[in-house]
Unconditional design. Structure first.
Length: 218
């Protein structure tokens, strides 16, 4: 994050009204500073030559260079810029591709201002965030395509990893309890320990972190 303690934000969206409204919402936050507005991915790439935002809110469907391709190019040329993808519901097929390409967040465009503000702060702090409406898509796609390594053993116990694998399948505490033959109280304890050890605030963030680290099996 920038040294002046403001979170510097750029917004890329081809809808002028949406872009301006989002800017107005974010500028109300005392620790936010909107430093650029861009209508497409080509302008993003050109603009980043002179502007250095901490966070880029990036529409997935834009002319000339869409959000997926922009994300890929950003990771190669400007890897320090953290990306939050903005999408409509029918764009969920892009969730896996954008997160794999380096995006740190994924929000639906009709979500609340509170959700966007929270997402900016979470991603600025180094965490990942995905809107609940697309969480299951993310988890199921990631889970089916991950290649596992065992570096998790430095952080989690075997039982905690078993619980984390169940979380990746979207299971409730009760479902995990039945699957692993332990009480729901024990499940809650393991989940709490997982969140603490991974330094995340919710289950989705824990699973996304594990997926990024290739801890979950194909």
């Amino acid at each position: 994050m920038s040294s002046d303690k403001h979170i510097k934000i750029a917004i890329a969206d081809d809808n002028d009204h949406f872009r301006d409204t989002l800017r107005d919402v974010l500028q109300y936050e005392p620790d936010f500073q909107v430093v650029a507005l861009w209508p497409n991915g080509l302008d993003v790439m050109a603009g980043l030559e002179t502007i250095d935002p901490d966070i880029l809110l990036l529409d997935i469907n834009m002319p000339f260079l869409n959000g997926v391709e922009t994300t890929k190019q950003l990771q190669e040329k400007y890897p320090k810029v953290k990306i939050i993808i903005l999408s409509m519901h029918d764009d969920e097929g892009y969730v896996l591709e954008t997160l794999r390409s380096g995006a740190s967040g994924y929000l639906v465009k009709d979500g609340s201002a509170v959700e966007v503000i929270r997402a900016v702060r979470e991603v600025a702090a180094g965490r990942a965030i995905v809107h609940p409406q697309v969480t299951q898509t993310v988890l199921s796609q990631f889970y089916g395509n991950s290649v596992m390594n065992d570096s998790w053993r430095e952080v989690l116990t075997n039982r905690e990893m078993e619980v984390l694998q169940e979380l990746a399948l979207g299971k409730s505490n009760e479902d995990i309890s039945a699957a692993l033959g332990i009480t729901t109280k024990t499940v809650k304890s393991h989940v709490s320990n997982i969140l603490s050890k991974l330094e995340v605030s919710d289950r989705t963030q824990a699973v996304i972190l594990a997926l990024r680290n290739h801890w979950l099996p194909a």
